[in-house]
Design a protein around this ligand. Sequence first.
Ligand code: PMP
Length: 292
Amino acid sequence: MSLVIYLNGEFVKEEEAKISVFDHGLLYGDGVFEGLRSYNGKIFKLDEHLVRLYNSAKAILLEIPLKFEELKNVIVETVKRNNLKDSYIRVVVTRGVGDLGLDPRKCPKPTIFVIASSIQLYPETLYERGVDVVTVPTRRILHESLNPAIKSLNYLNNILAKIEATNAGATEGLILNQFGYVSECTGENIFIIKENILKTPPVSAGILEGVTRKVVMDIGKNIGLEVKEENLTRYDIYTSDECFLTGTAAEIVPVVSVDKRIIGDGRPGKITKKIRKEFQIIIELEGFSIYE
Ligand code: PMP
């Protein structure tokens, strides 16, 4: 079945959802995006994702052509028109059509589109077994160059890291920053648990401030863990009791080895499982209702 896509003020069929080869989102990765999910007819953390989108756009001096509430309605409407209850939603805003030069002043009108599709769930075995992670050679981009806190369409840094992880036979790649501290994985934030303290790198380590990351930090506090944002080295990861990754698509994925160092007893950790359970409860309860 063909999807209904929101594109620049209209709802069109997937086959008709086309953008120009002169769009600077395509030519230069000049734009921003968000990935959201709906669970059982409710969009999870809609406001939080939109705040990040508008902040990303502000950081690259891109004006989103819809107001916050208007975009919210468009997203809800897109999911509705596709009759989806459980979905993955992609919101993209680009600099728009310009000439072949870089100058964004030549792009008078941003391009905006929203895709809502049925979610391709990661196989349950991945959560039961846990994943293997390797440290990749590609380093995180300096925040003074292109701040990783901006969810921009420039994902080559992450893509190169993903290729390196795949080449090394691992599921995910651990990216270090220029100081050798851990930043995050290619599309997920990283957490460790050591002696009942839940630790994750700070935003200054060169991460995207994940929406799931925040939810997990709150869960940690609620179940009585001390929660710390601090710089972590590979040693900290290798010697952790438990380790897991967080992201909208992946949710919470246990890590069972990093650079062949077995984490804990080599199986998903007890506290990780508890956090996953709490996360499942939250996604059932919360969210912006689509069909009311
Ligand atoms: N880091 C990167 C680089 C990401 O692209 C993402 C989103 N997939 C995340 C972390 C996790 O963020 P969120 O929990 O908001 O999906």
